[in-house]
Design a protein around this ligand. Structure first.
Ligand SMILES: NC(=O)C1=CN([C@@H]2O[C@H](COP(=O)(O)OP(=O)(O)OC[C@H]3O[C@@H](n4cnc5c(N)ncnc54)[C@H](O)[C@@H]3O)[C@@H](O)[C@H]2O)C=CC1
Ligand SMILES: CC(=O)C(=O)O
Ligand SMILES: [K+]
Ligand SMILES: [Mn+2]
Length: 351
């Protein structure tokens, strides 16, 4: 019997609805498998915790998380309670940074049974490799002066190491897929970092002569996501560009509620963290209608990471069957609740 010890942080809003749903799915696969089990340890760190303690997680929180095999997170943020930059930097981004989760992998593909807003979304199947440790997500800068003299300076950080790491990861991933890598740039408008990004992309591409490559400015690239998503295989992007592209990718699939993500620690020093692309969705929180698929697909990515690829595939198949059989939450055109959709997925796993 192999046991996986997982730290669970549901976080805010619908994180508390979709995380329990995904844990039900994980417990179900463990039961079906018979040879593995999960031990989930719940950490109630979120904006309510902040209101009580003045911090998003305890001082020794990272120490506590360190001993787990992986972290399973829902969403962080409740702007009615705590300003987003405080809550996210105090928990989600803190974990990404301190645990050197330098790559964020975000797949998106056409799913049978979900109506995409695009007329021709077929055969799109892509992965965004998002640089996850630096770039435009930065606390470097400051504000001075008052009133109309006030100045805000925000520095983006692009290191050779971080840029190369993300680009190389994308080439390695593409070699296992269709062999095509697209670079998201903006070297026409961003004077220093993006020409640098382009240079590193060219440099790394020399090591992968079999790979086919493309490079588009992020504005055109965002439009191509909508007009011809089928041209993409692996896209490598900076932290912010990757963030935006993956909400678009999710929208093309049919809903932000179904997109998964994995924050990967590459050096093995710290656990990786699995969370869906979406946030805490305050507008639908408490209604029981949050789509659990993003969180469940994220659980599939965690299973793959834990070496349980066969189980991961089972989860994906069950999820796709549930959707194609019309058991869908309202965001993807159905009238099922979070619970009904989850139960149907679990039922299919047990078959
Ligand atoms: N990784 C994280 O933890 C993230 C946290 N956030 C935080 O979440 C809060 C809300 O942010 P928003 O910009 O509104 O983005 P959001 O992703 O929470 O919501 C955007 C829209 O998508 C819908 N949606 C999201 N997840 C859904 C699901 N599973 N099922 C059905 N519909 C879903 C929401 O109802 C809303 O209409 C903020 O505090 C924000 O900072 C936002 C994005 C990522
Ligand atoms: C915060 C956010 O939207 C993200 O990192 O995906
Ligand atoms: K999330
Ligand atoms: Mn995002």
């Amino acid at each position: 019997m192999s046991k996986h010890e997982i730290a669970v942080i549901p976080g805010d809003g619908i994180g508390n609805e979709v995380v329990p749903a995904a844990l039900d799915v994980l417990n179900t696969v463990a039961e079906v498998h018979g040879g593995i089990s999960f031990e989930f340890t719940n950490f109630p760190w979120n904006c309510d915790y902040y209101l009580k303690h003045g911090i998003m997680m305890p001082e020794d929180g990272l120490n506590t998380l360190q001993s787990f095999e992986a972290i399973f997170l829902g969403a962080v943020g409740d702007p009615a309670k705590v300003a987003d930059h405080i809550s996210l930097w105090g928990l989600l981004i803190k974990i990404r940074r301190e645990f050197e989760q330098v790559i964020n992998i975000r797949p998106a593909k056409f799913i049978n049974g979900i109506v995409s807003p695009l007329t021709n979304p077929n055969d799109f199947d892509l992965i965004v490799v998002r640089e996850n440790s630096e770039g435009e997500y930065s606390e470097v800068g400051g504000r001075i002066h008052k009133g109309e003299d006030q100045i805000a300076i925000q520095n983006a950080i692009f290191t050779h190491k971080g840029t190369e790491r993300a680009i190389r990861y994308a080439f390695e991933l593409a070699a296992k897929r269709k062999g095509h890598v697209t670079s998201a740039t903006k070297s026409n408008g961003i004077f220093h970092s993006m020409p640098f990004w382009d240079e590193v992309f060219k440099e790394v591409s020399l090591d992968y002569p079999e790979a086919r490559t493309a490079s588009y400015h992020i504005d055109a690239l965002a439009a191509f996501f909508v007009t011809k998503p089928h041209i993409f295989d692996v896209i490598v992007a900076s932290n912010l560009f990757g963030d935006i592209l993956t909400d678009i990718g999710a929208a093309i699939m049919g809903s932000i509620g179904i997109a998964p993500a994995a924050n990967i620690n590459l050096n093995g020093k710290y656990p990786s963290m699995f969370e869906p692309v979406h946030g805490s969705a305050p507008d639908i929180c408490g209604k029981g209608i949050a789509n659990p698929v993003g969180q469940i697909w994220t659980a599939k990515m965690m299973l793959d990471h834990l070496g349980q690829q066969e189980l991961g595939q089972k989860v994906l198949t069950a999820m796709e069957e549930t959707i194609s059989n019309g058991i869908k939450t309202p965001d993807i055109g159905g009238n099922a609740s979070t619970k009904e959709m989850t139960e149907d997925i679990c039922r299919r796993l047990k078959k």
